[in-house]
Write a protein that binds this ligand. Structure first.
Ligand code: BTN
Length: 253
């Protein structure tokens, strides 16, 4: 990865004007939150070659070995309400989708924070808020993408994970990929209040129209649409509709 090339490409942008590089870090999200609490500016990006304690949604680990993935976090300070956190995650998923389209790659988006290629996960997103009392002071958006095949991927993860290179045969220069992701994120965050991400988020969904297992409800339902805030609207088997905003919706069919 050519650090100077990314810095040069991003220097006049709202997101990525400052990029901090780490060979190894516990978690770019954890460190970004510490920096944000100390006043780091909107658009600061942390980029790591390897994470020793990468985190995913719902307290899961995010496997982050060196040489195989892209691990980055963005500090966001714009007027966002706490109830918009889910929409920010969905908006970031749409941004990653759009960035990949730039390289002629079409990914599917699984509610709420995953991107898939050929039925397996290539990217996850973790959005975390920093609060002062009830007020949202800043956000950290973390993006983890599997770029290259990792022969050491744990056995249990093999059926569910894949990587960009194995699925597309393309070896995209990382600086270009990061530039495309940050560009798309910048533009989707500008359109967040108008929910500009929703058309692509709906169109690329691999959740809608499917039966899903809802972890919070411990039951199956049919995923029928998204709310303006990226909540998942499901039809339960008794015909009632419910909006799901937490937990996981695992596609069953
Ligand atoms: C998920 O799959 O549930 C979300 C994964 C998010 C991983 C990224 S990698 C960069 C940033 N740092 C972390 O610890 N997590 C996010």
């Amino acid at each position: 990865m050519r650090n100077n090339a990314i810095a040069e490409m991003r220097k006049d942008h709202k997101i990525g004007h400052t990029i901090l590089y780490f060979d190894e870090i516990t978690s770019t999200n954890t460190h970004a939150k510490e920096l944000a609490r100390k006043g780091a500016a909107h658009g600061t990006v942390l980029l790591a070659k390897r994470q020793t304690a990468g985190r995913g949604r719902l307290g899961k680990q995010f496997y982050s070995p060196a040489g195989c993935g892209l691990y980055l976090s963005v500090i966001v300070r714009q007027s966002i309400a706490p109830e918009d956190l889910l929409a920010v995650t969905a908006c970031t998923a749409a941004a990653v989708h759009d960035a990949l389209r730039y390289f002629d790659i079409t990914a599917q988006i699984k509610w709420v924070n995953d991107l898939f290629l050929n039925g397996r996960k290539i990217c996850g997103i973790l959005t975390e808020g920093g609060f002062v009392g009830e007020e949202l002071d800043f956000l950290v958006i973390g993006i983890g993408m599997n770029i290259r095949h990792n022969p050491n991927v744990p056995e249990a993860l093999r059926p569910i994970l894949t990587d960009l290179e194995s699925e597309t045969g393309q070896c995209i220069p990382e600086d270009q990929l990061i530039h495309a992701i940050l560009n798309a994120l910048e533009s989707h965050l500008d359109g967040l209040h108008e929910r500009a991400f929703l058309p692509v988020y709906r169109a690329q969904s691999c959740t809608l129209g499917h039966r899903v297992w809802l972890s919070e409800e411990s039951c199956e339902a049919l995923a029928i649409d998204y709310t303006q805030d990226a909540g998942l609207i499901v039809r339960m088997d008794d015909g009632t509709e419910k909006i799901i905003t937490t937990g996981q919706a695992t596609v069953m069919d």
